[in-house]
Design a protein around this ligand. Sequence first.
Ligand SMILES: C[S@@+](CC[C@H](N)C(=O)[O-])C[C@H]1O[C@@H](n2cnc3c(N)ncnc32)[C@H](O)[C@@H]1O
Length: 326
Amino acid sequence: MVFAHEPVLLAETIAALAPPTGGIAVDCTAGGGGHSHALGEALGAGGRLIALDRDPAAVDAARARLADLDCAWQVVQAPFSELDRVLEEAGIGRGSVDAILADVGVSSHQIDSAERGFSFAADGPLDMRMDPTTGDTAADLVNHLDEVELADVIFRLGDERQSRRIARTIVRRRETEPFARTADLAAVIERAVGGRKGARIHPATRSFQALRIAVNGELDQLDSLLRSALAWLKPGGRLGVITFHSGEDRRVKRWFALLRQDCVCEPKGPTCTCGWHAQVRLPQGKGWTAGPDELARNPRARSARLRVAERLDVPLLPPSGARHAR
Ligand SMILES: C[S@@+](CC[C@H](N)C(=O)[O-])C[C@H]1O[C@@H](n2cnc3c(N)ncnc32)[C@H](O)[C@@H]1O
């Protein structure tokens, strides 16, 4: 199967991160290598690109896509929560990277490969692991979480208002037959919510999104990346994060908002006692979303938002202020 994935917000990302000729860039989510390739082209012959992805199939696809680049490049199979280890092992110095990108979520290739189990539209094993060699599958969660936990996952990570009804139906059904296939789960969820009733999206869309985020620990991964990335950037270096889900975007927005504040005293008094200072500037506060041409070409871009933070030339503070970012 060809690795089909059209990179979203490609021109906006390269313009906003502006990787300089001969510089160093890190792509935390190589996928099909679309963004990586464009970053590598901008870096040119004297540059260095480190790409990572936790999915071995994406690593293979990205390696094939990057083969014609002039810059030095490598693609490492690792989750981006291990960014520190990957960059240390690559011999990159802290404070020396010009651009870091994370285009989080799943690729079209992952969704379209029925055997990976991400899709309610094509039947496959109920898996959903980006790295299929480790961790619990979606079937493990659906068959073993208790009803309250399952409803909570579906509500919190899928914004699904019918989460309790769906969880109750799943738990009743698994008493007689555990879930093993995506189409079976999708059909049970569809029945639980009373069919499609002219809905714009399949009734299982939100539940499947929730399970995928839970299986891959995506919010924890994102938090970990946000905490580690800035220390690798040089002053003036930029971190770009593309998200596809309001819960993820909110995390990025709040984290960047915290890093750009001069003071986090609570309550605010006449003098500042927190010792906090701004560590980034945000070149475009609201970030970037896809324009009409891209939306017409690529419906996946509908919910994509790119946010960028630029490291200031100031000492970094330990991220203990993280509670303010929640
Ligand atoms: C939206 S796609 C990226 C597409 C890529 N920018 C391109 O141009 O082809 C997301 C990719 O990130 C990977 N991914 C998601 N979460 C990850 C994580 N925590 N660590 C490493 N890779 C991750 C997925 O396996 C998938 O290949």
